[in-house]
Design a protein. Sequence first.
Length: 89
Amino acid sequence: VENAKIGLIQFCLSAPKTDIENNVVVSEYAQMDRILREERKYILKMCKKIKASGCNVLLVQKSILRDATNDLSLHFLAKMKIMVITDVE
Protein backbone atom coordinates (compact mmCIF):
# COMPACT_ATOMS: atom_id res chain seq x y z
CA VAL A 1 0.00 0.00 0.00
CA GLU A 2 1.52 3.28 -1.09
CA ASN A 3 1.08 6.39 1.04
CA ALA A 4 -0.49 4.35 3.83
CA LYS A 5 -2.45 6.20 6.48
CA ILE A 6 -2.59 3.80 9.40
CA GLY A 7 -5.37 3.71 11.96
CA LEU A 8 -5.33 1.71 15.19
CA ILE A 9 -8.51 0.77 17.04
CA GLN A 10 -8.93 -0.88 20.41
CA PHE A 11 -12.59 -1.81 20.11
CA CYS A 12 -14.59 -4.50 18.33
CA LEU A 13 -15.99 -3.87 14.87
CA SER A 14 -19.15 -5.84 15.45
CA ALA A 15 -22.57 -5.27 16.93
CA PRO A 16 -22.51 -4.53 20.67
CA LYS A 17 -23.11 -7.41 23.03
CA THR A 18 -24.07 -7.49 26.68
CA ASP A 19 -21.46 -8.14 29.36
CA ILE A 20 -23.48 -10.93 30.91
CA GLU A 21 -24.90 -14.05 29.30
CA ASN A 22 -28.36 -13.19 27.94
CA ASN A 23 -30.62 -14.73 25.36
CA VAL A 24 -32.87 -12.87 22.95
CA VAL A 25 -36.05 -14.69 22.02
CA VAL A 26 -37.47 -13.70 18.65
CA SER A 27 -40.97 -14.87 17.92
CA GLU A 28 -41.54 -13.24 14.52
CA TYR A 29 -39.48 -12.96 11.36
CA ALA A 30 -40.05 -9.19 11.31
CA GLN A 31 -38.32 -8.87 14.68
CA MET A 32 -35.30 -10.82 13.48
CA ASP A 33 -35.15 -8.75 10.31
CA ARG A 34 -35.23 -5.55 12.40
CA ILE A 35 -32.37 -6.79 14.63
CA LEU A 36 -30.24 -7.66 11.60
CA ARG A 37 -30.94 -4.28 9.96
CA GLU A 38 -29.96 -2.45 13.18
CA GLU A 39 -26.70 -4.43 13.46
CA ARG A 40 -25.89 -3.72 9.82
CA LYS A 41 -26.63 -0.02 10.27
CA TYR A 42 -24.45 0.16 13.41
CA ILE A 43 -21.47 -1.54 11.74
CA LEU A 44 -21.78 0.55 8.57
CA LYS A 45 -21.82 3.73 10.67
CA MET A 46 -18.58 2.70 12.42
CA CYS A 47 -16.94 1.80 9.09
CA LYS A 48 -17.93 5.17 7.61
CA LYS A 49 -16.33 6.95 10.57
CA ILE A 50 -13.12 4.99 10.01
CA LYS A 51 -13.20 5.91 6.30
CA ALA A 52 -13.81 9.57 7.18
CA SER A 53 -10.65 9.55 9.32
CA GLY A 54 -8.68 9.06 6.10
CA CYS A 55 -6.94 5.81 7.00
CA ASN A 56 -6.45 3.13 4.36
CA VAL A 57 -4.76 0.56 6.63
CA LEU A 58 -6.55 -0.40 9.85
CA LEU A 59 -4.88 -2.25 12.71
CA VAL A 60 -7.36 -3.91 15.07
CA GLN A 61 -6.15 -4.81 18.55
CA LYS A 62 -6.68 -8.41 19.63
CA SER A 63 -9.71 -8.94 21.86
CA ILE A 64 -9.72 -11.61 24.55
CA LEU A 65 -13.49 -11.49 25.00
CA ARG A 66 -14.67 -12.13 21.42
CA ASP A 67 -13.75 -11.68 17.79
CA ALA A 68 -12.57 -8.13 17.14
CA THR A 69 -14.20 -8.09 13.69
CA ASN A 70 -16.99 -9.92 11.93
CA ASP A 71 -17.57 -10.80 8.29
CA LEU A 72 -19.89 -7.85 7.72
CA SER A 73 -17.42 -5.25 9.01
CA LEU A 74 -14.62 -6.79 6.93
CA HIS A 75 -16.90 -6.70 3.88
CA PHE A 76 -17.73 -3.00 4.35
CA LEU A 77 -14.09 -2.06 4.92
CA ALA A 78 -12.99 -4.00 1.84
CA LYS A 79 -15.56 -2.13 -0.27
CA MET A 80 -14.12 1.11 1.13
CA LYS A 81 -10.65 -0.07 0.08
CA ILE A 82 -9.32 -0.23 3.64
CA MET A 83 -6.83 -3.01 4.42
CA VAL A 84 -7.51 -4.62 7.79
CA ILE A 85 -4.94 -6.35 9.99
CA THR A 86 -6.55 -8.07 12.95
CA ASP A 87 -5.32 -9.47 16.27
CA VAL A 88 -2.56 -6.92 16.77
CA GLU A 89 -0.96 -7.27 20.20
